[in-house]
Write a protein that binds this ligand. Structure first.
Ligand SMILES: [Zn+2]
Length: 252
C-alpha cells in the first residue's frame, strides 16, 4: 500500500467541499506536498488539530492517484503563540507564503524543513522577530539558490567586502554594485554601509546568536526594504501576507 509517514509543517489550507481541507505541507523528506484532510472541518474530527496553519506534526499519508490523503496526524508542536499574537501570526504567515510561492512540489529539501522548524521555534522570543525574519529570508534564498550576491560586485566581480565606498543594490541583477558599475545603472537602490554589514552578518549567522546583533531601526527598515525589492523581483505577483503584516504593524 502506498502509505508513508513524514513530519511536516502546514504551509496553507483551503476548504474542499463541506467538511474537508486540502493542506499544503512542507515535509521533511519530500518537500512540498498537498494532501486532503477529510472531515477536518468537523468538530471533534481526529484531523482537526493537525489541519491548522503553521502546525508541526507527524502525518501518515496515503498516496492517491490524483490526490494524496491524510490518514493520521499527531501534533508535535501546535505553536499556539503564532496564532495568539497577531504580529507573530503575520510574520509566520509571511514565512509560509514565501516557502509556498518559491518551492515546487516534490522537490525535497530537509534543510528548508529544518529551517522552518528552527525559525518557528524561536519566533516566540520577543524582540527577535524582525531579525529572525531577515535571517530566514537570507537563509531560505540561499537554500533555493537565489541568495543575493554581497561579497562581489554583480557587475564586474570586484570584491566589495572591505569597501569604504557607498554601495548600491540591484534587485534585478541580484546583488551589490561597486561605485564604478553604479554609474551605468539607474535602477539600483542605495545601500548604507550599516545595512550592507547587517545583511552580510545575517547571511552567515548562527540562528542562536541573533540576539547579539546591533540593528538600529533605520538600518532594519533599509534591510527589509532591500530584501523586499529583491524578493518581489522573483515573484510573479505580490505576497498576500504582506498586506496583513503592514496592517498589523501600521506601516508599509
Ligand atoms: Zn563593479
Amino acid at each position: 500500500m502506498a502509505l508513508y509517514r513524514t513530519e511536516a509543517i502546514v504551509l496553507r489550507t483551503r476548504n474542499l467541499g463541506e467538511a474537508d481541507k486540502i493542506l499544503t505541507l512542507f515535509t521533511k523528506e519530500r518537500g512540498k506536498v498537498s494532501a486532503v484532510a477529510r472531515g477536518s472541518r468537523r468538530p471533534r474530527n481526529h484531523l482537526m488539530g493537525v489541519a491548522q496553519p503553521f502546525t508541526h506534526s507527524t502525518f501518515l499519508i496515503f498516496r492517491g492517484k490524483n490526490l494524496d490523503s491524510i490518514s493520521q496526524g499527531t501534533i508535535i508542536n501546535a505553536w499556539l503563540y503564532l496564532r495568539e499574537d497577531l504580529l507573530k501570526m503575520a510574520y509566520a504567515s509571511y514565512i509560509v507564503e514565501l516557502v509556498d510561492r518559491l518551492t515546487e512540489e516534490y522537490d525535497p529539501s530537509e534543510r528548508i524543513y529544518s529551517l522552518l522548524v528552527a525559525v518557528f521555534e524561536r519566533l516566540c522570543n520577543d524582540g527577535l522577530e524582525t531579525r529572525l525574519v531577515r535571517f530566514f529570508e537570507l537563509r531560505f534564498l540561499r537554500l533555493i539558490g537565489l541568495d543575493p550576491q554581497l561579497e562581489h560586485c554583480v557587475g564586474c566581480d570586484t570584491v566589495v567586502t572591505d569597501t569604504g565606498h557607498q554601495l548600491r543594490f540591484s534587485p534585478r541583477e541580484g546583488g551589490v554594485l561597486c561605485p564604478d558599475c553604479q554609474r551605468r545603472r539607474t535602477d539600483a537602490l542605495s545601500l548604507s554601509l550599516g545595512a550592507y554589514q547587517v545583511m552580510r552578518w545575517l547571511s552567515n549567522a548562527d540562528i542562536d546568536r541573533l540576539s547579539v546583533l546591533q540593528m538600529p531601526e533605520a538600518v532594519a527598515d533599509e534591510v527589509e526594504e532591500t530584501l523586499r525589492n529583491f524578493i518581489n523581483f522573483h515573484l510573479q505577483r505580490p505576497l498576500k501576507s504582506l498586506e496583513f503584516l503592514y496592517t498589523i504593524r501600521g506601516t508599509s
